[in-house]
Design a protein around this ligand. Sequence first.
Ligand code: NAP
Length: 298
Amino acid sequence: MAQIIDGKAVSEQLKAEIGAAVLKLKEETGVQAGLAVILVGEDPASQVYVKNKGISCKQCNINSIEHRLPADAKQEDLMALIDKLNNDPAIHGILCQLPLPKHLDENQVLLAIDPAKDVDGFHPMNVGKFMTLKKFSDMADAGVFLPCTPYGCIELLQRSGVKLDGANAVVIGRSNIVGKPVAMMLMSLNCTVTICHSRTKNLADVVRAADIVVAAIGSPEFVKGDWIGKGATVIDVGVNRISDPAAKSGTRLVGDVEYAAASENAAFITPVPGGVGPMTIAMLMKNTLMSAQRAAKK
Ligand code: NAP
C-alpha cells in the first residue's frame, strides 16, 4: 500500500516554519511581512477563500490587510487601489481574488500588480523569468514568484523525499495555473517530463511508464488505478464534487485519480481532500515571506 502524502500536516509544518521566519525577519530588520487581499463583490466561494487566507496569515504572523470593493466597483477604482498597494512599503504581496465580476477586466488587473509583489505568480514577468531560470534553486535570488498550487506539488514531493533527478514525470493537464507550470518546475528539477492533455493518444500507457504522475484534469477519478506503475508517486491536484447518498451532505470530494485502486500500486499518493489543496495557501504565505525578505535586503 502507498504511503500517504499528508498535505494538511505538511502545510501546518510549513506554516509554523514561515511564522518563525516572519518573526525573525522583523526582529533582525524591522520589516513586518504584509499581504493585501482584494475582494470585489460577494461571491460566497471567494469570501471563504479570503477568510482562510486571513487565518493562515495570522498563523504565519503576516499582517493581512483586506480590501473589499462592492460588486459594481469601477475598473478605475480597482486600478487606483492596486497602484496604492504597489507603492505601499508595508505591503509585500498583493492578491486580487478571482473571479472578478464580469464587467471588470481581469487581465488588466493582473498586469497592474507590481511583479515584485505578485505572490500569486501569475504576472507574465514572473512566468517569463521562471521559464528562463536554469535551476529551480535560483528562483529566490532571481526574484521570481512561482504560482502557489504547482509550487505546493513540488514542496510535497521534496518533503516526502521522492527522487526527482532523472525521474520520468507525466503531467496530465496543460492549464496555465497548474499543468504547464508544474511541468516546467519538474523539468527544472531534472525530471524528464511528458505533458498530456485531451488529445493525447494512449494516455493509460503513457501514465504506466511514469515514476511520478501529476493529475490536473478536473474529472472525477479519471485516472484508473491500474494505470499507476508499481512504486510510482501520484500527486492528485483535481478537486471534484460527486454525489454520494451515503454522505450526510449527499456529496463528497474526490480527486482525478481512483484513489483506493491507485494506492495499491503507488509508493506515495496524495489524498483528496487533504493533499495538494492545503498547500496552495501555505505556498502563498511562503511567497509573501520571500517577498518581505527581498524587500528587507534592498
Ligand atoms: P483546466 O484549466 O480545466 O485544465 C484541465 C486540463 O485537463 C486541460 O489541459 C485538458 O486538456 C485536460 N484534460 C481534460 N480532459 C482530458 C482527458 N480526457 N484526457 C487528458 N487530459 C484531459 O483545469 P485546471 O484549472 O488546471 O484544474 C485542474 C483540476 O485541479 C481541477 O479539478 C481544479 O479544481 C483543481 N485545482 C485544484 C487546486 C488546489 O487544490 N488548490 C488549484 C487549482 C486547480 P486540453 O487542454 O486539451 O483541454
